[in-house]
Design a protein around this ligand. Structure first.
Ligand code: GDP
Ligand code: IMO
Ligand code: MG
Length: 424
């Protein structure tokens, strides 16, 4: 009964969607445990492109049970939009369940995300403006609205009145924004609740029962390690725990259920949003990687910042997630670069060198990457059928990367399609 976790090891968009989709073909159950529609996971099958934000990527397989756990924050409007667009493409959502404990993204959360970002001025986080941070704030302040409330109209109406009044006061008095009409919000969200009702079920119980029955489970990570609220580049992070450990609290299962943890990385690094990025390439090489790799956000369309592979970061991810293996995507994107570089350590302002990712921005500031250089490759590798078929320089790059991060590379991505993966 393997229970695999797939997590991002960098700043997101590592191609988790593709890896999850590939492994989901062998899974009975796929579970999302944190984050919300700030995620954007792309799956490509025979040229058909699917972009999923809230619904687990396993939905593309007819018989796979897809679960959204208690740790997720759910925007019902977007969720319904995603349901409709999948159904319109002939994909059934009958096997989808949402935990009643999951918190609901309300319109004031989205509004407050935008207002607080604007208030920060030049020091904004660069959020996706999907209301993620404000929804988690309410969850931890213990005044959130949950999926259970959403599907019980009397509870919902009462909670919208009590919470909404306070939110309106903050929006108008603190930020000078416009108050929400709470009756209109109640009407709109009551309708969403009706649509969601058939999907509500206890995901903790469903997952536990599946594990007991020996089913194969996949936990689909969203965001990534460097965006973790504690172990990422705080405050330039998201408001949840994308780490492997976050899966247990976000689903409601004990850690002994987990049998395998897979980290996903790109063969280089990208970041969307603000915050430190030691190996960032602000030059024509960075531009080439962005254009060749199509590095534009799946959720917001923003251009992604690009840079060399950072082994310090991925080492940190190997440790904090307890990774068993790594999938390295987008090796194909690095073709036609004369030289490739991997950051192997950081040089601190006092001249000392560290291989450990610094815990705070203050300690990271002034660190410069120490690089190892490799010869590039010019071959089109997108049709290679095995790892052995890759050009010698590609193999050298992956084998050294593996050595540097101290974790086995079990898959190498050579293109966006489901089939473009080399398993080792
Ligand atoms: P996620 O958020 O981690 O699921 O990743 P995204 O879907 O946001 O971004 C990854 C992008 O890279 C998507 O457009 C994928 O289709 C694409 N992709 C994934 N793996 C590969 C690969 O090995 N090669 C290429 N060229 N593209 C890939
Ligand atoms: P997937 O699952 C990349 C980033 C945002 C911003 C920061 C905080 O597709 O890898 P938030 O809206 O969460 O409060 O924004 O986190 N971010 C992501 N970056 N991929 C994601 O998800 C992301 N989800 C959030 O850009 O920097
Ligand atoms: Mg993404």
């Amino acid at each position: 009964m393997p229970a695999n976790i797939v997590v991002g090891t960098q700043w997101g968009d590592e191609g988790k969607g593709k890896i999850i989709d590939i492994i989901s073909s062998r899974a009975d159950v796929v579970v999302r445990s944190q984050g919300g529609n700030n995620a954007g996971h792309t799956v490509v099958n025979n040229g058909e492109v699917y972009k999923l934000h809230l619904i687990p990527s396993g939905i593309l397989y007819k018989d796979t049970l897809c679960l959204i756990g208690a740790g997720v924050v759910l925007d019902p409007k977007d969720f319904i939009g995603e349901l409709d667009s999948l159904e319109a493409r002939g994909i059934s959502t009958a096997n989808l369940k949402v935990d009643p404990r999951a918190h609901v993204v309300m319109p004031w959360h989205i509004e407050l995300d935008g207002l607080s970002e604007a208030f920060r001025g030049g020091k904004d986080i660069g959020t996706t403006k999907r209301g993620i941070g404000p929804t988690y704030m309410d969850k931890y302040e213990r005044c959130g609205i949950r999926v259970y409330d959403l599907v019980h109209p009397e509870v919902l109406a009462e909670k919208i009145q009590s919470t909404g009044k306070l939110k309106n006061k903050i929006i108008t008095d603190v930020y000078g924004g416009k108050a929400f009409d709470l009756d209109a919000v109640t009407k709109e969200y009551t309708e969403y609740g009706k649509r969601l009702l058939p999907y509500v079920d206890d995901v903790s119980v469903l997952t536990f029962d599946a594990a007991k029955a020996g089913k194969t489970i996949m936990f689909e990570g969203a965001q990534a390690t460097l965006l973790d609220i504690d172990f990422g580049t705080y405050p330039y992070v998201t408001s949840s725990h994308p780490l492997s450990a976050g899966v247990c609290v976000g689903t409601g299962v004990g850690p002994k259920v987990i049998t395998n943890i897979i980290g996903v990385a790109k063969a280089y690094t990208t970041r969307v949003g603000k915050g430190p990025f030691p190996t960032e390439l602000d030059d024509e090489i960075g531009e080439q990687i962005r254009n060749v790799g199509g590095e534009f956000g799946t959720t917001t369309g923003r251009p992604r910042r690009t840079g060399w592979f950072d082994a310090v970061i991925v080492c940190h991810s190997v440790r904090v997630n307890g990774l068993d293996s790594l999938a390295i995507n987008k090796l194909d994107t690095l073709a036609n670069l004369d030289k490739l570089k991997i950051c192997v350590a950081y040089k601190k302002p006092d001249g000392t060198v560290t291989e450990n990712f610094p815990p705070t921005l203050e300690e990271l500031e002034g660190c410069t990457p120490v690089y190892e250089e490799f010869d590039g490759f010019t071959e089109d590798i997108s049709k290679c059928a095995s790892f052995d078929e890759l050009p010698a320089n590609c193999k050298k790059y992956i084998e050294r990367l593996e050595e540097l991060v101290g974790c086995k590379v079990s898959m190498v991505g050579i293109g966006p399609d489901r089939s473009q993966i080399l398993e080792r």
